[in-house]
Design a protein around this ligand. Structure first.
Ligand SMILES: [Mg+2]
Length: 172
């Protein structure tokens, strides 16, 4: 099973999104519940493309998961997310805890789904912070928090999820 470990702040929202909203005095988002107003629908479209072409499922690694998986689902689905949010990573709640450790723990806890953790390569970590583990380096995609998830990122993420192979869309 292919997994996308998804951060949200800096990935599905970004500096340009907030800046443009402010400049254009766009009120569309003003009356939405807090979390709902913090997502750029364009980034969700890009994520949809990644999920559709790879059949990968989402595990939320963002701090948003403290609201619970249903809240995350509601917020993303409100913005027309079409993929599947499978789970959230555990919260290891330590000051020195790297997000990479929480991701590793999830992988180890879910060997029934993804196989032995040391052989699991079909995953991508999308995050604008880089507190991942050294051995996750080939599966980590640093997202630019100024622009969020772009189609360029999606192209790279597809390659990672396909173990480095660039496939035609009809082969995915
Ligand atoms: Mg972030």
């Amino acid at each position: 099973m292919k997994i996308i470990f998804l951060d949200i702040d800096g990935v599905l929202n970004h500096e340009r999104f907030y800046k443009e909203r402010h400049i254009k005095k766009n009120k569309t988002f003003d009356n939405l519940p807090h979390r709902f107003s913090q997502i750029d629908p364009e980034c969700v479209q890009n994520l949809n493309s990644l999920c559709k072409d790879t059949q990968a499922k989402i595990v939320i690694s963002s701090t948003w998961r403290s609201d619970g998986i249903e809240q995350c689902r509601n917020a993303l689905e409100f913005h027309k997310f079409k993929g599947e949010i499978l789970d959230i990573t555990p919260n290891l709640r330590s000051d020195n805890c790297l997000r990479g450790n929480e991701i590793l723990t999830w992988v180890k806890d879910n060997e029934a789904l993804v196989g032995p953790y040391y052989q699991f390569t079909e995953y991508v970590i999308l995050d604008d912070d880089s507190d991942m583990l050294y051995w996750q380096r080939n599966n980590f995609l640093l997202i630019d928090r100024f622009v969020g998830l772009t189609m360029g990122n999606v192209f790279q993420a597809k390659k990672i999820l396909n173990n480095g192979k660039i496939l035609n869309s009809n082969e995915l």
